[in-house]
Design a protein around this ligand. Structure first.
Ligand code: ADP
Ligand code: ASP
Ligand code: MG
Length: 445
């Protein structure tokens, strides 16, 4: 079994949906096809939700009408037969009547917002399945809401997902293509929920791990993981091979091509992940496996924004063992992960990307420590590669490249494949560009 995931741009236009049908039906292997919402839809649904939260029903209805017209035009072009079109019409009419019914609920709560935002993937998968049926393909839709679940900490329930999905697949043994929704799931209350923005990648990996797929392919709009963020840096190139660890670091530290948690289930089950370009299917993309990279080289750079740095000083000057434990107990209590940490004799600096509980965290820390004013709007720049063989010299190359950028924190040595640097976000672009020009050999690309 193969698992192929197509992102928003890959399904965002009728001819693209037709192209991905050609891709998935070309090879003989059975496939689970995970789809995102059509590009722009999740943002539109969230915008509708924002209006409904503040009771702007008229504005929300206008946005719903615009979105409906987009879907009407889409299905008019997608389907080639009257039968196909009437199936497509039924799908969009049914889902939009549900969306309109949500718009009538007051107060509009988080529960309704999650039901609303799930409609993007519910629409795209039904439309795609109906298109494959119109083409006479062997296809079935298995709803993600029947097997994809998260626990009270919003973590996927891997074992339960595996069991449920395996059972659901048994009666579908004859089907060549199984379509399912990315992103959406159920929470412990049985309500509709999701795996956070970009979560369809995570769905694909959870499924790939659960069915022990031969390969998970993430199809998007670029030819694999690039050495740096192509939205910011001028000269980037695709990295052909990454280890699970390297890819996980890049995804966690901001490479948007992958949801931050994508690699975990694939790595757990040893399933290779391949990143492919829908616009250029013949391009090799990037393959991510367990094999250790032999090259002593810097592979890629990623950057994660919206970081807050907290500076904590022990009030007991000496022998303050136990201080770090007390500090981390506070972050644990508020379920807030710490990304970077640096220490001196009596001080600790940590970074967090979720500042939801910042006020409570600082209040509790203040009970046993002195806090400096924290810094918001920071960016972690993460340099990923194999630094074992190249230990001497690598830090120097990085520091030299960043000689004009003020550095807030540096983390080096915790892993053999990650060096992290904290800078004020206003210096992010120049730092990425400077590192790019100094650390990569463009002549051999
Ligand atoms: P999809 O809708 O298919 O999930 P995304 O927009 O989530 O696609 O991810 C693909 C985008 O990620 C690319 O178009 C690119 O702009 C961005 N991106 C950011 N960092 C990287 C990187 N290091 N390598 C490749 N793409 C990256
Ligand atoms: N549609 C969702 C989003 O836009 C999930 C995804 O595309 O992966 O975030
Ligand atoms: Mg994405």
């Amino acid at each position: 079994m193969h698992v192929w995931k197509f992102g928003g741009t890959s399904v965002g236009k009728p001819d693209r949906m037709q192209s991905i049908r050609n891709l998935v039906t070309a090879a003989a292997d059975r496939k689970i096809v995970v789809l995102s919402a059509l590009s722009g839809t999740t943002n539109s649904l969230l915008a509708i939700g924002e209006q409904l939260k503040v009771n702007n029903t008229i504005e929300a209805t206008q946005l719903i009408d615009t979105l409906y017209h987009h879907y009407q035009a889409f299905i008019n072009e997608l389907y080639k037969t009257p039968g196909g079109l009437s199936l497509g019409q039924e799908i969009i009419d049914k889902e939009f009547s549900f969306i309109r019914s949500l718009a009538g609920i007051s107060p509009f709560t988080l529960k309704q917002e999650k039901e609303l935002v799930a409609e993007g993937e519910i629409l795209s998968t039904q439309m795609f399945t109906a298109y494959l049926e119109e083409c006479g393909d062997s296809v079935v839709l298995i709803p993600a809401l029947d097997y994809m679940s998260i626990d009270a900490d919003n973590e996927p329930e891997f074992i339960a997902i595996e069991e449920k999905l395996t059972q659901l697949l048994v009666p579908q043994a004859e089907k060549q293509i199984i379509v399912t929704q990315g992103f959406i799931c159920r929470n412990p209350r049985g309500e509709i929920d999701n795996l956070k923005r970009g979560g369809s990648d995570y769905t694909a990996s959870l499924i790939g791990g659960a069915v022990k797929a031969e390969e998970i392919q993430i199809w998007t709009d670029i030819d694999g993981m690039h050495n740096n963020d192509p939205r910011i840096v001028k000269r980037t190139f695709p990295v052909r091979e990454l280890t699970f660890e390297e890819a996980a670091e890049l995804a966690y530290f901001g490479a948007k091509i992958l949801h931050p948690s994508t690699i975990t289930p694939a790595k757990m089950r040893g399933v290779p992940v391949r990143l492919k370009n829908t616009m250029e299917p013949a391009a090799p993309g990037t393959v991510i496996t367990a094999s250790q990279s032999v090259n002593a080289e810097i592979k890629a750079i990623a950057a994660k924004d919206n970081i807050t740095a907290i500076y904590i000083h022990s009030t007991r000057m000496l022998n303050a063992y136990g201080f770090l434990r007390k500090v981390f107990d506070v972050f644990e209590k508020f379920k807030t992960p710490v990304d970077m940490i640096t220490t001196s004799e009596v001080s600790v600096a940590v970074t967090i990307d979720n500042s939801e509980h910042l006020e409570s965290i600082t209040k509790m820390l203040s009970q046993f420590a002195d806090l400096e004013e924290h810094d918001r709007n920071q960016t972690i720049i993460c340099i990923v590669g194999n630094f074992l063989a190249d230990k001497s010299g690598i830090a120097l190359r990085i520091m030299k490249a960043l000689k004009n950028v003020p550095l807030r924190m540096i983390s080096y040595g915790a892993s053999e494949h990650n060096i992290s640097i904290l800078v004020d976000s206003k210096h992010k672009n120049e730092a990425l560009e400077a590192l790019n020009e100094s650390l990569f050999d463009f002549d051999n690309k």
